[in-house]
Design a protein around this ligand. Structure first.
Ligand code: F6R
Length: 357
């Protein structure tokens, strides 16, 4: 039920702090430490490479999951779009482990790969929001998102829940290998939930940004480096699917290799700057587009902000910023769709779960 909300999407965006707190509670043991079941842990520890398979927004979560797993747990990860994997299968390592990320657990493209890897005898884990879903039943292991039903076609709370569960998985594997991740994940996720709350309380500002940059534009670009690049991909997908504005996310450094040709006077460019080690790099990219007439909207983070930034996010752990930086992008897309009188919860041509290949 939508309750007092005009749309499910807005309700689901607002539920994100609660979902994160819920996930912390579900994956914490009695001592307050993160803990996965021993069988999942053992299966992952026995593998030499992880293959993440997903589609759409879940694929975008997978790209960030790769960073978490490689940085914390030190296991190499490949991320693949499900529909490409089957007929374009990479050379697999000796002991592969498969992670299927799917909000619905019903995506046919992902299931087709699972059927294949099951036949090959490889172990698989499904990260899903729906207990008993097809992908959950057919994989060896399941981790639930505990996000509550997601009704709006555009995925929001499932994405941040996927990131949180992937972070938890990565930290758990790191701990069991005796590796330090350098911070207390439950504490940092708590800080993230509070930051999300602050952002959800700042809707007028998000509506204003949508009005300023997206009310009449034909296209929009999202740029970032490192983790911010992947969040930009998700920001672009969100904007495309509900506002029908042509949007593209790309790595800041790739601009000069082609996309910069599309920048015209007034083209909105949303730049994320949440990572200290690439802060100057992304700022340089913003200068490049501004010199060609772009209308830049820099979203930075406390501690990294510079004059002229349009929005400054509350500071969170630098390894986990995607959980927070995606919120303004979700809200900006929502308001852009609203201003353009689009059907926010049921965008044209799309279904909530794609059960055909
Ligand atoms: C985007 C969106 C889709 C889904 C994709 C995968 O907002 O909802 O891109 O993410 O169809 O769906 P699941 O995660 O259910 O496998």
């Amino acid at each position: 039920e939508k309750g007092t909300y005009p749309h499910f999407m807005l309700k689901e965006i607002d539920e994100q702090p609660l979902v994160i707190r819920n996930i912390i509670a579900k994956y914490r043991n009695e001592e307050g430490e993160i803990e996965l079941s021993q069988d999942i842990r053992d299966a992952i520890l026995a593998s030499d490479r992880i293959y993440i398979i997903a589609a759409g927004t879940s694929y975008h979560a997978g790209l960030i999951g790769k960073q978490f797993i490689e940085r914390f747990a030190k296991i190499p990860v490949e991320v693949h779009v499900a529909s490409e994997f089957s007929y374009n299968m990479p050379l697999l390592s000796e002991n592969p482990f498969f992670i299927y990320i799917s909000q619905s657990g019903e995506t046919a493209d992902s299931r087709a790969v699972l059927v294949q890897t099951n036949e090959m005898g490889y172990k698989a884990l499904t990260i899903t929001n729906v207990p008993g879903s097809t992908l959950s039943r057919e994989a060896d292991y399941t981790l639930l998102l505990h996000a509550g039903p997601e009704i709006a076609v555009a995925s929001t709370k499932a994405y941040t829940a996927q990131l949180a569960v992937l972070a938890i998985l990565s930290a758990d594997i790191a701990y069991s290998k005796g590796l330090e991740i350098g911070f207390d994940l439950t504490q940092e996720l708590g800080i993230i939930a509070s930051a999300m709350e602050a952002l959800c309380g700042d809707k007028e500002e998000m509506e204003q940004i949508a009005r300023e940059y997206l009310a009449t534009t034909r296209n929009c670009f999202f740029i970032g480096r490192s983790l911010d690049f992947y969040v930009g991909l998700e920001g672009a997908l969100k904007l495309k699917e509900i506002s029908y504005i042509q949007a593209e996310g790309f790595a800041g450094g790739e601009l000069k290799h082609g996309t910069i040709a599309l920048i015209e006077n007034g083209t909105p460019v949303i730049a994320l700057a949440t990572q200290e080690y690439v802060n100057l790099g992304i700022r340089g990219n913003v200068k490049e587009v501004v010199a060609r007439g772009a209308n830049p909207c820099i979203i930075s983070m406390e501690g990294l902000e510079m004059e002229g930034d349009r929005y400054v996010l509350p500071a969170v752990n630098e390894a986990l910023t995607p959980l927070v930086s995606v919120i303004p992008l979700q809200l900006i897309s929502y308001y852009a769709a609203l201003h353009r009188e689009c059907d926010v919860d049921k965008p044209r041509n799309l279904a909530k779960s794609v059960t055909v290949e």
